[in-house]
Design a protein around this ligand. Structure first.
Ligand SMILES: Nc1ncnc2c1ncn2[C@@H]1O[C@H](COP(=O)(O)OP(=O)(O)OP(=O)(O)O)[C@@H](O)[C@H]1O
Length: 297
């Protein structure tokens, strides 16, 4: 049979037993549950929206260690601690009638680790992640609100490149496009405000262009914490180098000095550095020798 709303196949199996053996059903269900859970141990499920529901995207993935995403200074720990504090404060929010939710905006140039960090953070907290593309055709206001109010348990919501959904559209255009099956600005704001006030909700948004966002999106309550994630600092470059070439301290210093001389500090993304290290993965010496290849062509 096929589910007519989603198009996915399903079947029903009817099992009967004598009343004295009915315990069998409990055993079968428990076995099925532990078989399903064992596949997810140490892994994270990525959900994407499909129509009005969330569906796992591919198989559960191995969690990426948080330490593998190298952010500037204490940024990584600060975000992690903030989320942990939030997760321990449910009663505090409920006692004061404040919606139990928290929004974060990570902003900065492309390839600086925003999405990677959020996915690693979800893994660290043993949460799953729900990724939504706001610019998708068919992401109506209703669908957006419904999806946000029906998040799978223990999940972080990730709205990527939030500016892309609206940057080229005026407020009037977004209203018009609402009729054409796209999310409107007011649909976004209403969805973020939500109707189910007491349920835990953690939303991370990312953008390369914070200046293009409507101020209404980033006001407290929708975005409680804004964090700039920038290009590589000297410290990040060194840490990344040593993650690829363990123990090569002298070469790390040489590499960072090279970047400084070339004026690349704060001007090159961690993604580009990662690419360079992958290209020279067998030799730290080559990574230093070929440093010029990092210069813009
Ligand atoms: N700070 C970092 N530490 C380690 N790896 C990084 C870092 N930043 C980026 N990378 C690597 O670069 C790639 C791209 O990173 P990612 O997609 O997370 O960047 P982003 O900031 O979300 O980019 P965009 O703004 O374009 O969406 C990933 O493979 C990731 O491993």
């Amino acid at each position: 049979m096929v589910d007519i709303t989603t198009g996915s196949p399903w079947e029903t199996i009817k099992i009967t037993t004598l009343s004295k053996d009915r315990n069998l059903f409990v055993k079968i269900l428990e076995e099925a549950k532990s078989a399903a859970l064992s596949k997810e141990i140490g892994k994270m499920v990525v959900f994407t929206s499909y129509g009005h529901e969330w569906r796992p995207f591919g198989l559960p993935r191995k969690r990426r260690p948080l330490s593998s995403v190298v952010l500037n200074g204490n940024t990584s720990d600060e975000i992690l601690n903030d989320v942990k504090q939030f997760l321990e404060a449910e009663k505090w929010y409920n006692d004061r009638g404040i919606p139990y939710r928290r929004g974060y905006l990570l902003h900065g140039p492309p390839g600086t680790g925003k999405s990677s960090y959020i996915q690693s953070l979800a893994g660290e907290l043993e949460y799953n992640i729900c990724i939504m593309n706001l610019a998708e055709l068919g992401m109506t206001d209703d669908r957006f609100a419904h999806l946000l109010n029906n998040i799978p348990p223990r999940s972080i919501i990730l709205l990527e490149d939030i500016d892309a959904a609206f940057s080229d559209r005026t407020a009037a255009e977004t209203v018009k496009q609402g009729h054409q099956g796209m999310l409107t600005l007011s649909g976004l704001l209403n969805g973020l405000d939500g109707v189910v006030a007491s349920e835990e909700r953690i939303i991370f948004m990312t953008t390369n262009h914070i200046d293009r966002l409507d101020p209404a999106i980033i006001r407290p309550g929708r975005v409680d914490s804004r964090i700039f994630i920038g290009n590589v600092t000297e410290e990040q470059a060194r840490t990344m180098f040593l993650k690829f070439y363990d123990g090569k301290n002298l070469l790390a210093t040489k590499f960072v000095d090279g970047l400084k001389t070339m004026g690349m500090i704060d001007n090159i993304s961690p993604a580009s550095l990662q690419g360079h290290f992958v290209q020279n993965k067998d030799s730290a010496e080559d990574a230093v020798k070929n440093i010029d290849s990092l210069l813009p062509k």
